[in-house]
Design a protein around this ligand. Structure first.
Ligand SMILES: Nc1ncnc2c1ncn2[C@@H]1O[C@H](COP(=O)(O)OP(=O)(O)OP(=O)(O)O)[C@@H](O)[C@H]1O
Length: 335
């Protein structure tokens, strides 16, 4: 049996069914992400594991035991939330020591374990600082240390980085992943940010309206979405009804929609003819920098197709220029 197992979990608040027959497994030592839009049930599923929420039906197993009705404090689960949940009147050392004191761990051992843990999260210089004296990122590291110092069976991270600015957020993503691997922690991470899920996870569980839409490793999720929703949520796919796609490219397929990523499309002012490639004509109506690429929005018929070109290669095509788009048929996903 897997280390964590949600078996046929449903959860309703009154008439609102928020989780619908969820089956999900997590292996020991994995970091899995629950990814999905706001309100799809990510936090509720996490709270069913921690015991902060009861399930309406189904069972939750942890480390071979049915914990569905176990008191939250006896589940041995560490949690970090979006809000910095440190005790404001305690310094970092006292905050991190808190759980160990509750467990009546001997004093010398507490000091040793707190110092080790604070060192791992890179806060040794802030051992005696209070939360108000630290940045958001430092406070989240302290919260992480506090959640991990007791060696919980599972670490639950509910959007722990969403209040932190982009640059620091990225370095904390990498750091949390490093610590999780180094300490062989089993963790479930909740986010609505696809990039964060891509960086952090062994497996992504994409949720939609209370169900698991797709479960896959990050690269597979990115390159092989199984539904229109998955393609919309991950990878910024161009999605076009098959009827329009057929009119533009001549390609026929037994599908409702076709999805293709902006970065697989070549754009040129000259016709492109290549074996195995599909082409369509269009007109550039705007181009905007997007991270490290230039994104052209091209109108093909009455459909917008986004095309990403690496900045270093880009010679700017002016707005209102007629262009040819081409892409490998193999790179299209027929849904
Ligand atoms: N205690 C509660 N009482 C009533 N409804 C609730 C409660 N907790 C959550 N809900 C509802 O359950 C649904 C799922 O909420 P949940 O917080 O799990 O979503 P989420 O995917 O984590 O969203 P977000 O990314 O915005 O945090 C929402 O419609 C929410 O309003």
């Amino acid at each position: 049996m897997s280390y964590i197992r949600f078996e046929n979990i449903s959860k309703s608040f009154g008439k609102n069914e928020v989780l619908k027959n969820i089956d999900l497994e997590v292996e020991k030592g994995q970091l899995v992400t629950l990814l999905g839009p706001s309100g799809c049930g990510k936090s509720t599923l996490l709270r069913c594991l921690s015991g902060l929420e009861t399930v309406t039906s189904g069972k939750v197993y942890l480390d071979g035991k049915d914990i569905t009705n176990v008191n939250p404090k006896d589940r041995d689960i560490g949690m970090v939330f979006q809000q910095y949940s440190l005790f404001p009147n305690m310094d970092v050392a006292q905050n991190v020591a808190f759980g160990l004191k509750l467990k009546k761990v001997p004093k010398e051992e507490i000091t040793k374990r707190v110092e080790e843990m604070v060192d791992i999260v890179g806060l040794s210089d802030h051992l005696h600082h209070y939360p108000a004296q630290m940045s958001g990122g430092q406070q989240q590291r302290a919260a992480l240390a506090r959640a991990m110092v007791t060696h919980p069976k599972v670490l639950l991270l509910d959007e722990p980085l969403s209040a932190i600015d982009a640059l620091l957020r990225h370095s904390l993503q990498v750091e949390i992943r490093r610590i999780q691997k180094e300490m062989d922690i089993t963790a479930i991470f909740v986010t609505h940010d696809q990039d964060e899920a891509m960086v952090m996870s062994d497996v992504i569980h994409l949720m939609y309206k209370g169900k698991i839409e797709q479960s896959a490793a990050p690269t597979q999720m990115y390159t092989q979405p199984i539904s229109k929703f998955a393609a919309t949520f991950i990878g910024h796919y161009n999605i076009m009804p098959m009827e329009d796609f057929q009119k533009l490219t001549g390609k026929q397929a037994d599908a409702k929609d076709v999805a293709f990523r902006p970065e697989i499309v070549e754009i040129s002012t000259q016709p492109i003819e290549k074996e195995g490639y599909l082409t369509m004509k269009g007109r550039v109506f705007v181009s905007l920098p997007h991270g490290n690429v230039l994104r052209y929005a091209v109108l093909c018929g009455d459909k917008q197709v986004d095309v990403d070109v690496l900045f270093k290669k880009a010679t700017l095509i002016e707005n209102n220029t007629d262009v040819y788009l081409s892409f490998k048929e193999d790179d299209c996903i027929f849904l």
